[in-house]
Ligand binder design. Structure first.
Ligand code: ADP
Length: 494
């Protein structure tokens, strides 16, 4: 079923059609109202002119009576009136009576119609208007009270309305012809205007349809008009820019990830194939298996990091902040890392002091962050050096740092170490064991804790990576400073 107005048909119609419809509806209403108003105003001014005409005629009668000798009898007055008004045009529709109801003058037409003429004291000051048909004429009469010296009279004058009616009729006919023509013309104009206004949008849509995942670097044309359309084009282009970047980073990530995985898998395959070429003794198999084991540990770590980063990108990795006992955590770290640090010939210490350190942290990702930093410290510190994991109370919270006396990072590499898959060139140290994902993941974990991973390093002297955790005090969290922790707030306060 087809509806009009805010109907389903209108809702689904093209904007161009809807604009034309609204333009038509508004213009038609305005044109009709204007036509009715102008017709009504013309009729009012015609009425007013005619009333004044009739009033003037009545006042002429008053003037005539005023100039008459007051001692003249009523018959003499009748004669005077007949003499004057039988030849005057004003006299065609005229009757005059005195206050006693005696006729002074009556035209033939008035006698034929015989309209009622009230006594002067019964008439209002502005008189009384009446209308009637006589033959082909349409007549309007005014019964008007006048006073001459101490006597009152009723005067009734009339006027044929045929001329003014013809004027109104022809004006009405003109309006009936002009109004639809104007509406039609305006609707066509509205349709043309909306087409013209929406043409750039259609062009934009056509251009946008040509953009796909293979040509995301293409941009929409921006008109030089500085209007809504150029604004829309610019906004869409900015969106395309962001999508392009995101796509490029996903492509780079996928490419890097597959490259990173292919290298160790090829290595494993080659090593197994070499081992299988000929029979070997137990010691040789043992050495090969031990090497394979080392490679699979590295691969597992790589896959874990890749998965974590992919999950973080997808928003699936959740950080659940809750009070964490740092003394416990440091104890665990010490237990987990001491052997491997000693094996690398490093001195490893944790410095936390005796006071209770309760910080807000995520029980699964915070240890991960510390492990990333400790592993890097171990990898990039030559034997004989030292690694210190420390916690210090500061006004902003608890500052946790991993400091080493290793090779340090060059000024050139420093701005890039948090980039995904970036690996520095530290004199060939631990070349095959890194994937360049550790610090990228560490930075993300620190950010989800509402802090920043800060690095201070100088080549040859060592590096220090630090971040600050909020103290787990019973006081409520400041919303403004940590907006993204709010989703975890319930758990924190619990
Ligand atoms: P990788 O797996 O290569 O260690 P990361 O993302 O953890 O990847 O680190 C990126 C780069 O930052 C490293 O390749 C290294 O050049 C530099 N780096 C990180 N930690 C240290 C450190 N403690 N000392 C020296 N260089 C470091």
């Amino acid at each position: 079923m087809a509806y009009v107005g805010a109907s389903p048909v209108m809702k689904t119609a093209a904007i161009r059609i809807r604009l034309t419809f609204w333009y038509f509806a508004m213009f038609a209403t305005a044109a009709c109202l204007l036509s009715i108003a102008s017709w009504w105003m013309l009729q009012r001014s015609v009425d007013a002119t005619e009333y004044h005409d009739l009033q003037e005629r009545a006042e002429d009668v008053q003037l005539l009576l005023l100039n008459e000798d007051p001692n003249r009898s009523i018959d003499e007055l009748r004669q005077d009136f007949t003499q004057i008004y039988s030849i005057k045009d004003d006299g065609k529709w005229l009757q005059v009576a005195d206050q006693d109801g005696r006729w002074i003058y009556r035209s033939r037409r008035m006698i034929a119609e015989n309209p009622e003429l009230p006594r002067p004291e019964q008439l209002p000051k502005m008189g009384v208007i009446a209308e009637f048909h006589q033959g082909t004429r349409y007549v309007r009469i005014l019964a008007y009270p006048i006073q001459v010296r101490d006597k009152k009279y009723s005067v009734q004058t009339g006027i044929a309305l045929n001329k003014s009616m013809a004027l109104l009729k022809s004006f009405g006919a003109d309006l009936l012809l002009l109004t639809p023509a104007m509406i039609l013309f305006a609707s066509l104009g509205g349709h043309w205007m909306s087409r013209k206004a929406l043409r750039p949008v259609a062009l934009l849509a056509a251009e946008a349809r040509c953009i796909n995942d293979r040509n995301l670097d293409r941009r929409l044309p921006v008109p030089q008009t500085q209007d809504e359309i150029s604004d829309l084009s610019n906004t869409l282009n900015q969106m395309l820019e962001r999508i392009d970047k995101a796509f490029a980073s996903v492509r780079a990530f996928t490419g890097n990830a597959s490259h990173e995985l292919r290298t160790p898998i090829t290595l494993l395959r080659t090593e197994i194939e070499v081992a299988l070429i000929r029979p070997r003794d137990g010691e040789e198999y043992r050495a090969t298996l031990s090497h394979l084991h080392h490679e699979t540990v590295l691969m597992t770590r790589l896959v874990e990091n890749l998965l974590s980063i992919a999950r973080a990108d997808a928003g699936a990795e959740r950080v659940n902040l809750q009070p964490i006992d740092l003394n416990d955590l440091f104890h665990r770290m010490d237990r987990d890392w001491i052997d491997s640090m000693h094996l690398a010939g490093l001195d490893f210490r944790t410095e936390i002091g005796n006071e209770q350190h309760q910080a807000l942290g995520d029980p699964s990702t915070l240890p991960r962050l510390l492990s990333i930093l400790l592993e890097n410290a171990r990898k990039y510190t030559p034997a004989g050096g030292s690694v210190v994991l420390s916690a210090v109370n500061e006004s902003a919270g608890i500052r946790i740092a991993v400091q080493d006396t290793g090779v340090g990072i060059s000024q050139k590499d420093l701005p890039r170490i948090f980039d995904r898959f970036f690996r520095g060139e530290q004199a060939g140290i631990a070349e095959s064991s890194g994937s360049g994902l550790g610090l990228a993941l560490g930075k993300w974990i620190a950010e989800r804790h509402g802090t920043e991973l800060v690095v201070a390093s100088s080549p040859g002297c060592g590096s220090s990576f630090s971040f600050t955790l909020l103290r787990a005090t019973p006081a409520p969290l400041k919303r403004a400073s940590l907006p993204y922790l709010l989703e975890d707030e319930e758990e924190i306060q619990a």
